[in-house]
Design a protein around this ligand. Structure first.
Ligand code: CP
Length: 330
């Protein structure tokens, strides 16, 4: 296993080679095994500290990072802009260079469009300890890696020829970022899968992410296609990942977003649609799910659903990531 990942930032999977990402998955599998058997592994990051700066709320990300570093023997500190001087405008350099004097890693969730990922690269310019993305405007790399681990658990390591569908769905209430679908198209095209992205007009991804997915598909001999028909996309799929996102390339103004979404209420993952996929297919969602809008309860709680495995695997991949980049020995 490659173990030279000490202090490597994890802002996007694009900055890691396939070998490095495989090393993370291998370590995650080992840590999952130790957790399942109750084998102590709290020597790995003993007395180490991760600062977690959240610009937005979280259930899975916060709790999996916090539990994860505790299990590795370290400690996490939950920060928000209003609980720090970030809210008063302290810049990334000053915040990062001070926190680096106290601890061993800085993780950030910042989904502000055209700001979130740039903030993390700005931090990384000035500090040596790893900067870890807990989701931003471009990528949600820990989610995508947990999803990849879940897919490999179901279908094995050789994913060549598997049809991976990421489909937009309707959802009301708030504007969801593009980072999950973007993370998925960029990562799954590197791991053998044929990727279909489905969405109505207006819900496009950032051009740089589409370009990355096309390049990976070309380099890896996989397929990447974009369609505007949810049924056609799901037909014969092995993996159906159906979730909502906002028309962020067009507008983030809540009323305009809702008006655009409301035109496509029929984009829901239900049992009829899942019956178009292969009988062995899995249904995925990063959660939180807007039940009854993004997917019916029958699908979310049904035999194809692996949503809780995905959520669990956040813990294991993030423990592996912290162990490898913050200086532990697995
Ligand atoms: N999937 C995910 O990142 O969940 P949270 O927003 O609850 O962290």
């Amino acid at each position: 296993m490659k173990t030279t990942l000490f202090h490597k930032d994890f802002i996007t999977t694009e900055d890691w080679s396939v070998d490095e990402l495989e090393a993370m998955l291998e370590a995650a599998g080992e840590l999952k095994r130790r957790f399942a058997f109750g084998e102590a592994h709290d020597h790995i990051l003993r007395s180490k500290t991760l600062f977690m700066l959240f610009f937005e709320e979280s259930t899975r990300t916060r709790n999996s990072f916090e539990s994860g570093i505790t299990q590795l023997g370290g400690h996490a500190i939950y920060l928000t802009p209003s609980a720090t001087q970030v809210g008063h405008g302290e810049n990334a350099k000053d915040t990062g260079m001070v926190l680096e004097r106290y601890g061993h890693g800085i993780a950030v969730r910042d989904c502000r469009t055209n700001i979130g990922q740039a903030y993390q690269y700005e931090l990384a310019k000035f500090i040596d300890i790893p900067v870890i993305s807990m989701q931003d405007d471009v990528d949600h790399p820990c989610q995508a890696m947990a999803d990849l681990m879940t897919i490999k658990e179901r279908f094995g390591n050789d994913l060549r020829g598997r049809k991976f569908v990421i489909s937009w769905t309707y959802a009301p209430k708030y504007v969801r970022p593009l980072s999950v679908p973007q993370a998925l198209i960029m990562l799954m095209t590197r791991f053998g899968m044929d990727v279909t992205l489905a969405h109505p007009k207006g819900f496009e991804m950032m051009p740089k992410c589409l370009e990355a997915a096309r390049k990976h598909a070309q380099e890896n001999g996989t397929k990447f296609e974009i369609v505007d028909d949810m049924d056609a996309a799901i037909k014969d799929a092995d993996i159906v990942y159906a979730k909502s996102w906002g028309p962020i390339m067009v507008t983030e103004e809540p009323k305009e977003v809702q008006a655009m979404c409301d035109q496509h209420k029929q984009w829901i993952c239900d049992e009829r649609r899942m019956s178009l996929a292969k009988p062995s297919s899995i249904y995925m969602h990063c959660m939180p799910i807007d039940r009854g809008y993004e997917a019916t309860d029958a699908v979310v709680d049904g035999p194809h659903s692996v949503i809780y495995d995905e959520a669990e695997n956040r813990l294991h991949v993030q423990k592996a990531l912290m162990a490898l980049t913050m200086g532990g020995r697995i």
